[in-house]
Each structure stands twice: as structure tokens, then as C-alpha cells.
Design a protein around this ligand. Structure first.
Ligand code: PGA
Length: 223
């Protein structure tokens, strides 16, 4: 597995174009979507694709905080409306809500799996909210967030005390079942953990390292 370095604009353009190709050619495309700073450029590109009809596309978001309602400004539901869902019409948009998360893996299986999964990586090597120590066979569930993640995410809140300490997240197994994965790491603060995840030992201590075993995972680094 190799890490492809390019500008953030080019990486977002490439991934958005591949999503467009999928959406044009599949009857019911299924996308796995991520939140955070990294995918915003991809969503901007998709939002400009007025010639593409997303109305038969189903989306599954990776994760959601426990304890924030869907319209809280820092909820991932709110984030997705702000950056993508208010711009394009999709067929169904799913989040691992309190109601749905126990069925999330079956719901994904029932639509024949995720065609394209977008992923970021945390500075501790997490993917979605699968924190260090997460086993390979984990599925969608409730997790405790690590101090590191709470600190990283506190930049979006007025104070660190407001950051939720738990979340619902797809598991490593859920993510590994996606047919194609694009992992994007942006910024020099992600370089070291990305190297470790992609070229280091495969270990639950670096959850993103499991992606080395995925047959169709492409990894991008942008300065
Ligand atoms: P970021 O988050 O895109 O905001 O850096 C990535 C992650 O924690 O998975």
C-alpha cells in the first residue's frame, strides 16, 4: 500500500469525480461519509455537480456523538446538512442514531454494502471513532472517546467540557466491508501517524493500520 501525496484540491477533485462516476453508473449507489475538516473539500466539489443526479444514492455516516441532538450545531447530522445535504438531494441519509445503531451493520448489508467509503484519520490513528485498542471484528456500537480525541475535537466547542465523551460509530469490521475506501490525511500533524498506519505493524493500537488488509483502499496525504 502506498501513500499518494498531492494538493488537497486535487485529492478532493479526484475523489469527488470517482463518486460521480459511481453515481452515474450504479442503480442504487451507497456512500459511506465522514465528518471533520478533511472531507469538506470533497463535499464542496460534490455540491457543485449540478449535472449529477444523486436522488437514488443512499448515504451512511460513520459516526455521531452521544448526547447531542441532530440539530445541535456540533452534531454530525448538522455538519452534513451544512456541507452537503442542503446542497444535494439523496435518496436516504442514515446516521448511527440511538434508534438505528443496533441495526446499522444489517442495514448496510441489506443494500449490498458501501460502494465508496470516505475516511479521515485521527492524530491517534483512529478511523471513525474506533480508538486505539479497537479489535478488528468490531461493528457499530457506542464507544468512549479518548482524551486525545476529546482534546482534538474541542476546537469546535466553546470549551472542552462541552465535548461529548461518548459516540456511536461504525466498527473496523463495518468499515473494512466497504468495497472501496479513500483515506485522506491533511496537514503535517497527520504525517507521522499516517506513515505508522500504512507502513507500520498492523495492530489494534493503530486502528487505521487494519486498512493495510483492505484490497481497495487508496491513501492520500496533503500538506
Ligand atoms: P479531521 O478529523 O478531519 O477534523 O482532522 C479526522 C478524524 O479525527 O478522523
Amino acid at each position: 500500500m502506498r501513500i499518494r501525496s498531492n494538493t488537497y484540491e486535487k485529492v478532493c477533485h479526484l475523489i469527488a469525480s470517482n463518486i460521480r462516476d459511481l453515481v452515474k453508473h450504479r442503480e442504487t449507489p451507497v456512500l459511506g461519509l465522514a465528518t471533520g475538516t478533511t472531507p469538506i473539500g470533497i463535499y464542496q466539489e460534490l455540491s457543485r455537480m449540478r449535472d449529477t443526479n444523486f436522488s437514488s444514492t443512499i448515504t451512511f455516516n460513520l459516526d455521531e456523538y452521544v448526547g447531542l441532538n441532530g440539530w445541535h450545531p456540533q452534531s454530525y447530522n448538522h455538519f452534513m446538512y451544512e456541507h452537503l445535504f442542503s446542497n444535494l438531494t439523496f435518496h436516504e441519509k442514515y446516521f448511527p442514531t440511538e434508534k438505528l445503531y443496533p441495526y446499522y451493520d444489517s442495514m448496510i448489508d441489506n443494500v449490498n454494502g458501501i460502494d465508496i467509503q470516505i475516511l479521515g484519520i485521527g492524530t491517534n490513528g483512529h478511523i471513525a471513532f474506533n480508538e486505539p485498542g479497537t479489535p478488528r471484528d468490531s461493528i457499530t456500537r457506542i464507544v468512549d472517546l479518548t482524551e486525545n480525541t476529546i482534546k482534538d475535537n474541542s476546537r469546535f466547542f466553546d470549551s472542552i467540557d462541552e465535548v461529548p465523551t461518548r459516540a456511536r460509530t461504525m466498527g473496523i469490521e463495518t468499515i473494512m466491508k466497504a468495497k472501496r475506501i479513500y483515506l485522506v490525511a491533511q496537514g503535517s500533524h497527520k504525517k507521522e501517524i499516517l506513515e505508522k498506519a500504512i507502513h507500520g505493524e498492523i495492530t489494534p493500537e493503530v486502528p487505521a493500520s487494519f486498512l493495510q488488509e483492505h484490497p481497495k483502499c487508496e491513501v492520500f496525504y496533503c500538506e
